[in-house]
Design a protein around this ligand. Structure first.
Ligand code: FAD
Length: 380
């Protein structure tokens, strides 16, 4: 059978849509295969907003990639003539030695990034939405803000199609087989051959990449939107996007009111509850809403009092909570993207570029050592 495509991209969510656009824009013959439709409710990439920030408490070595991600988001906006990334600042709140505050500060200092440290009085004056404990401080990352996931995915799919990519929706891939030169891809309706395959199937990644079974674990995430009861206007000026380290209570994230539903809030990794990616997401229950209601009552008393709606989403967690983006050991024509652990979206605009580099060039000048199989699983 002859090779029909240079690159097949499996999964057209965040990372797959971006990879398809980058590969097709370089002249590669691309096919994209998606089981459902763009930004569908079982994916990890729906719900209006995703945080983006430049100082990175998780690991300062993400910062050069973030700088590239910002450039690429702005380039995407220019190509589409639409807004994808909005800067509101991201306020990172907690005790000075908390992981979020101290890690972000170290990352900013290491890379010379602008940031402001605010004490409790200054935070209360500038950002009255937040209720603070004595001794807490805020670190404002002035370049932080949010990205619109649905608009970003639709934008990358539009660019991919304009550069000639064939995009098939409602076509799940059942198997991939690297044999000889290239890869055979069997979907529910057809068989394709491609020189290289990018597997970007999010919560379903272990179905096509068996090396990730019981290592890439899909978990349930819940977010809720709240309205004020006293007319408080929770716009970005008084309430920027935030991360809050609540010590043993976990860490929370949130967004100002950027639409009609109100302030959006979630706890990172929620209850760390594993799910079967093939089953519908378990519906929002009382324990979910009790957790988030209690957080907003205590921490956002003016901005968020009445719950307007709540929904579920999926994180795919790797043990280190870093991303895995690499050629698959033993299948060098297959490139895998497991870029979630609850913090991947902001990187979509650079991970697509990285995936296209790995598939088309065999390597990349973008820093990606943190994401290798060998680093994640040194014992194979
Ligand atoms: C509630 C929530 C809040 C988050 N907040 C942030 C944030 O503030 N900032 C941030 O940076 N990140 C955040 N994240 C993480 C970020 O959204 C994810 O890292 C990112 O969306 C993952 O994208 P993906 O392309 O890997 O997966 P997805 O977008 O889920 O795409 C995978 C696609 O593959 C398809 N697929 C699966 N199997 C097959 C198959 N066999 N054949 C064909 N197609 C298949 C699926 O249908 C799906 O469309 C959050 C995630 C959630 C859930």
């Amino acid at each position: 059978m002859s090779v029909e495509f240079d690159v097949a991209v499996i999964g057209l969510g965040a990372m797959g849509s971006s990879a398809a656009a980058f590969a097709a824009s370089r002249g590669a013959k691309v096919i994209g295969l998606e089981a459902y439709f763009p930004a569908h409710p079982l994916s990890s990439s729906h719900g209006d907003s995703r945080l983006i920030r430049l100082g990175y408490f998780e690991d300062p070595s993400y910062v050069p990639l973030l700088q590239r991600a910002y450039e690429n988001w702005r380039a995407l906006e220019a190509q589409l003539r639409t807004d994808i990334l909005t800067v509101t600042g991201v306020l990172q709140i907690g005790a000075p030695d908390s992981k979020i505050v101290s890690g972000t500060r170290a990352s900013c200092e290491m890379h010379g990034l602008a940031h402001q440290i605010l004490d409790k009085q200054e935070m209360a004056r500038r950002f009255p939405a937040f209720a603070l404990d004595d001794g807490e401080i805020g670190l404002l990352d002035p370049q932080g803000g949010y990205v619109r996931p649905e608009a970003a995915i639709m934008g990358y799919l539009k660019l991919a199609a304009e550069h000639g990519a064939a995009l098939h929706f409602g076509e799940p891939v059942l198997s991939i087989d690297q044999g000889g030169n290239g890869v055979t891809i069997v979907s529910g309706t057809a068989t394709y051959r491609a020189r290289k395959v990018i597997v970007a199937t999010g919560a379903w990644i272990a179905e096509l990449v068996p090396q990730l079974r019981s290592r890439a674990v899909p978990i349930r995430q819940v977010v809720a939107w709240y309205q004020p009861s006293d007319g408080f206007v929770a716009g970005p000026q008084r309430m920027p996007c935030f991360l809050r380290d609540d010590g043993e209570g976990g860490s929370y994230f949130g967004f100002p009111n950027i639409g009609i539903d109100g302030v959006k809030v979630g706890r990172h990794a929620h209850f760390r509850e594993p799910i079967d990616p093939r089953a519908p997401n378990p519906p929002v229950n009382e324990a979910d809403t009790a957790l988030l209601d209690s957080f907003v009552r205590k921490r956002l008393p003016h901005a968020a009092s009445m719950r307007a709606r709540a929904t579920t989403c999926r994180y795919t967690m790797l043990p280190s909570e870093d991303f895995l983006i690499d050629h698959v050991p033993g299948a060098p024509d297959v490139v895998v993207s497991s870029a979630c652990s609850g913090h991947g979206f902001k990187f979509t605009s650079v991970i697509g570029e990285l995936l296209a580099d790995l598939a088309l060039e065999g390597g990349s000048t973008l820093p990606h050592g943190l994401f290798s199989f060998a680093r994640h699983f040194p014992n194979g």
